[in-house]
Design a binder for this molecule. Structure first.
Ligand code: ZN
Length: 220
């Protein structure tokens, strides 16, 4: 029998539009580059026509695009996840910039979402608190200091880490950057400031054990 492998059909049989489309898809999956190149070339050559067509068929194209996204949801999610993982720095920079340019709008949007999704908000908050214990501790410390009228400075945790050379101010051993906590040398409750001078880095376990005590360092 005169048959061929791959996406080709038996010689002599009629190919339906569906078969042709499947055949093209298989070839594209095997080696997409020539197709991409030819598509780019054709786009550049016919750019005016393409623009005019898109403008004239806006609604039709939107509907097609919506249907395609609905049909390929899993594929899109997988692609987006991979893209996010590969572009994490750019995403963070963009988010920071976007937030500072649109702070009021974003805050209002976020407040609306919290009001409409109280249960989800609770779950998210719990997860955030579990993963960011030290950030919350520092934020609370700052708030307490403000309430007491103590001096409050903006503290760059990274700079303090470098200043302390990664050494825990309580036990004297190395602390990995992602495990550091900020300790107030003179606790806020005892009148200490939330200032660059009054903080040191510490292990979470050392910081918790120290609590609100003031440690007197032995000088030889
Ligand atoms: Zn320690």
């Amino acid at each position: 029998m005169n048959t061929k492998t791959g996406c080709q059909l038996q010689v002599g049989s009629m190919k339906s539009a569906f078969d042709i489309s499947e055949c093209r898809k298989a070839k594209y999956a095997e080696n997409p580059e020539p197709y991409k190149l030819s598509s780019r070339k054709s786009y550049r050559k016919n750019i005016e026509k393409v623009r005019a067509y898109r403008e004239a068929n806006k609604e039709k194209r939107n509907a097609q695009s919506k249907a395609w996204r609905k049909k390929n949801k899993k594929h899109i999610l997988k692609y987006q996840k991979e893209w996010r993982e590969n572009n994490i720095v750019q995403i963070k920079n963009y988010s920071r910039e976007h937030y500072s340019e649109n702070t009021d709008i974003l805050k209002a949007k976020s407040a609306r979402w919290r009001k409409e999704n109280p249960e989800l908000f609770k779950i998210q908050g719990k997860r955030y608190r579990e993963n960011n214990k030290d950030k919350i501790h520092t934020k609370n410390a700052k708030r307490r200091a403000l309430l007491k009228g103590a001096k409050v400075e903006n503290i760059d945790r990274g700079k303090i880490y470098i200043r302390e050379k990664g050494i825990c101010g309580i036990c004297g051993l190395f602390v990995p950057l992602d495990e550091m906590t900020l300790d107030h040398i003179i606790p806020l409750i005892k009148g200490g400031e939330h200032s660059i001078k009054n903080v040191q880095i510490a292990h979470l376990i050392c910081n918790s054990a120290k609590g609100d005590k003031i440690l007197i360092k032995e000088v030889c």
